[in-house]
Design a protein around this ligand. Structure first.
Ligand code: DAH
Length: 346
């Protein structure tokens, strides 16, 4: 009888639910075999009764072990079957997995990074600076006359404007970073300054009080307008495609002389004229020029020895032209229907 019990214990521990085909039914058969009314346990207890008293103690222990092993196994199998049923109730395991929702970069970050990349490839390094700026770095060092309209409350968010105190404002352009860099670095200087700027404008489809600019500055001996033009052409082709053409129109900025505005051939109609370029075939892209000698001198760089060029562009405008965004407000409203349209751009 002892060896029979040992054989059953071995059989129980070797039985694996994975080998069952019809699991629920086979678990029940297994239970009946060992624990049923006419099962192994009942039969063994019958035999047990007939044993001489001196064998009962040992055999009783062995029988109890067998019973516990059978009960534990049945319990384990039942849990397994139950769980499998539960999970197959809720899930169709043959369905393809749901992809976890992925975040994506904001279109402005993508365009900003693209501009940074294009300039990095020709040796420009990134400079960042403060968004709350004083009058000197924002206007005076950049050759803005004292009565220039950009100093007016209409355009600028002043943080402090007290009699006799230096004026402090949210920066209205990233050109202020030019001044900060030139004051602290000796030429050759070849930097771009990406960042946020602020203007006191009524918010509309075409204007916003917060937007982004990228400024570029190159100062060295013998920097000429031809260097500026070549850099602009390179940038336009990298940004808008190899077929892109540029044109420069004379303009005015206090901190550059001469100054120009750059247009690119319309990337929508290829220059034929459409409603994006208002029939002209050209799109206005950025402002630029040769750094005014007054600016170099104000920043401690000898304008007799060094020359430079600068340019500045609006990132929102670049993104508008590249992806045909018609309303500036969309950039800041966090509407997922808008943002998801750019999921696949890097
Ligand atoms: N700071 C100008 C603006 O905010 C843009 C600009 C124009 C920057 C000409 C420049 C430049 O560096 O040379 O509109």
């Amino acid at each position: 009888m002892k060896s029979l019990i040992a054989k059953y214990i071995e059989e129980i521990s070797a039985t694996r639910i994975e080998d069952f085909k019809d699991r629920a039914a086979e678990v029940e058969q297994f239970r009946i075999k060992f624990l049923g009314r006419k099962g192994v346990m009942t039969e063994l207890f019958e035999q047990f009764k007939t044993l001489p008293n001196d064998q009962k103690k040992d055999m009783g222990v062995a029988l109890n072990q067998l019973k516990s092993a059978a009960m534990a196994k049945v319990e384990e199998f039942k849990n397994f079957v139950e769980q499998a049923e539960e999970s197959s109730d809720r899930h169709d395991l043959t369905l393809p997995a749901d992809l976890a929702p992925r975040g994506s970069r904001h279109v402005l970050s993508v365009v900003m990074n693209e501009i940074i990349d294009i300039f990095s490839r020709i040796g420009f390094t990134i400079e960042e600076s403060v968004e709350i700026e004083d009058d000197w770095h924002l206007f005076s060092a950049l050759n803005f006359p004292h009565d220039h309209p950009a100093r007016d409350m209409q355009d600028t968010f002043f943080v402090e404007k007290e009699e006799g105190k230096t004026e402090v404002a949210l920066r209205t352009h990233t050109s202020s970073v030019q001044v900060r860099v030139m004051e602290t670095h000796k030429p050759p200087i070849r930097i771009i300054a990406p960042g946020r700027v602020f203007r006191n404008e009524a918010i509309s489809a075409r204007a916003h009080c917060i937007f982004h600019q990228v400024e570029a500055l190159y100062v060295d001996r013998k920097v000429a307008f031809a260097d500026l033009k070549q850099t602009l052409l390179y940038f336009a082709k990298e940004m808008f495609g190899e077929q892109t053409q540029i044109r420069l129109r004379p303009s005015y900025f206090p901190f550059t002389e001469p100054s120009a505005e750059m247009d690119i051939s319309c990337n929508i109609c290829g220059g034929k004229g459409c409603n994006i370029c208002k029939g002209t075939g050209w799109l206005e892209i950025l402002g630029c020029g040769m750094v005014d000698p007054n600016v170099l001198d104000a920043c401690g760089i000898d304008s007799k020895e060094f020359t430079g060029f600068a340019l500045g562009m609006g990132v929102e405008r670049m993104a508008m032209l590249k992806y045909q965004v018609r309303d500036l407000r969309l950039y800041f409203e966090n509407d997922l229907r808008f943002l998801h349209q750019f999921d696949n751009i890097i």
